[in-house]
Design a protein around this ligand. Structure first.
Ligand SMILES: Cc1cc2nc3c(=O)[nH]c(=O)nc-3n(C[C@H](O)[C@H](O)[C@H](O)COP(=O)(O)O)c2cc1C
Length: 397
């Protein structure tokens, strides 16, 4: 029987896009565009991952409009970043890799003090615990005009990114951001055709997918990242996520990335391992917010002990329910785990922390095979550095 590692390390295609293997870099917020402008540090981060053999690297959290930024110093897609993003795509291509960009809108989960609208937009109006200490207290329910604006902004952003050399787009449907605020019954309390059943809650996210597809064309790869479950009572459950995946598949998504957890309500489910709260508190420069984090942190940052392939059970059930390409994500660091992911029928693997730890992972795996050791300890200090002036990096010896 052939070795599943050969499948992982062999060329593949994603909606026609040739990829040199099935290893993809997951979106991990880099913190390397501190004034909302890409820096040489950001180019080098993605260049080194491409040079290290990864097939497709992903620029994290590109807001489609200014109000989609979680904070006002995040990247958003506009002409002012054309030169920087062109330089980024050239650096990745010169190193033999491909570049994807994650389009994410924070919706009501916002700490953005420079909002263009009166309030952050969301599926429903609710208290914004993240933004409360920054003075962004409530989200507002989106009306038809805002829905048109935001869906168009996703499409415009995708067209812009394609025009500066991106090879694929990843739409963020998960982790408690705007589109998952629609999908999640806990944050979507609408009584119109955008609330209620899963099909209704998916109506706006699917409009966003249509808008992106219209602008990039049928032969351009679009991935979607979802939350399979968020571990919150009344929140997103696997049975609903299976339906979400079927709807995305029917609407022509090219691959679905199967994540879990929620940045706003249960972040540690996404990561597993040591809590990130200590690092976040250390980086926070506002004393009031630091105090708030100390008080609510232990409750919000429920811990989940790390184990390899911590989303395998749920991802397997989705594998059985849909036929479209699926991307496994979550705790894949050992040679045996890579084999399992391929053996279980996933088409690609996305890696976050393992590639922060070892940007040359793909080449090392190719050269060392059985002897490869990644070394990520899941201390999660990288994730605690999202506000660090030097950006996200591995601090383990
Ligand atoms: C430093 C850091 C930043 C992250 N930022 C994002 C992000 O911007 N968008 C996103 O979808 N996921 C983000 N994630 C989650 C990862 O994409 C991924 O889902 C998670 O780390 C689990 O994968 P892993 O075990 O391969 O690290 C981040 C993770 C880390 C460690």
């Amino acid at each position: 029987m052939s070795d599943p590692l050969d499948k992982l390390l062999s060329p593949a295609r994603l909606n026609g896009l040739p990829l040199r293997n099935r290893i993809l870099k997951a979106a991990t917020f880099e913190g390397m565009a501190p004034e909302g402008t890409p820096t040489p540090r950001l180019f080098e981060f993605h260049r080194s991952i491409a040079a290290g053999g990864t097939a497709l690297t992903t620029l994290a959290y590109c807001a489609p409009e200014p109000d989609g930024r979680l904070k006002d110093n995040y990247l958003y897609m506009h002409e002012g970043v054309r030169a920087g993003l062109s330089e980024l795509s050239e650096a990745v291509h010169a190193a033999g890799g491909r570049l994807s960009g994650q389009i994410a809108h924070c919706g009501g989960f916002s700490r953005n003090r420079s909002l263009q609208r009166k309030r952050p937009v969301s599926a429903s109006s609710y208290f914004n615990q993240l933004g409360a200490l920054s003075g962004v207290l409530f989200s507002g329910e989106m009306g038809p005009r805002e829905m048109d604006e935001v869906a168009s902004a996703f499409g415009d952003a995708a067209a812009f990114m394609k025009s500066v050399g991106f090879d694929a787009i990843e739409i963020h449907f998960g982790h408690g951001y705007l589109l998952s605020q629609f999908i999640n019954p806990k944050t979507n309390r609408r009584t119109d055709e955008y609330g209620g059943s899963v099909a209704n809650r998916m109506r706006f996210p699917l409009r966003v997918l249509d808008s992106v597809r219209d602008r990039v064309g049928s032969d351009f790869p679009i991935l979607g990242k979802i939350t399979m479950l968020d571990g919150i009572p009344g929140g997103i459950e696997l049975k609903d996520s299976i339906e979400v995946c079927r709807l995305l598949e029917d609407r022509g998504i090219d691959a679905i990335i199967l994540s879990g957890g929620s940045s706003s309500h249960n972040p540690m489910l996404m990561f597993h391992g040591q809590s990130i709260i200590t690092g976040l508190i250390e980086q926070e420069d506002n004393a009031l917010i630091r105090l708030g984090m100390k008080l609510v942190g232990p409750k919000l940052f429920r811990t989940y002990p790390y184990h390899e392939l911590y989303f395998l059970e749920e991802a397997r059930q989705i594998r059985q329910a849909v036929n479209c390409p699926l991307v496994y994500i979550g705790g894949c660091t050992t040679v045996e785990s890579f084999r399992t992911v391929m053996r279980e029928g996933f088409d690609f693997v996305q890696l976050g922390r393992p590639l922060i730890r070892d940007p040359a992972l793909a080449n090392h795996l190719q050269q060392q095979r059985e002897h490869y050791v990644n070394g990520c300890s899941h201390c999660n200090r990288c994730a605690g550095r999202i506000d660090h002036p030097q950006g996200v990096l591995c601090t383990e010896p």
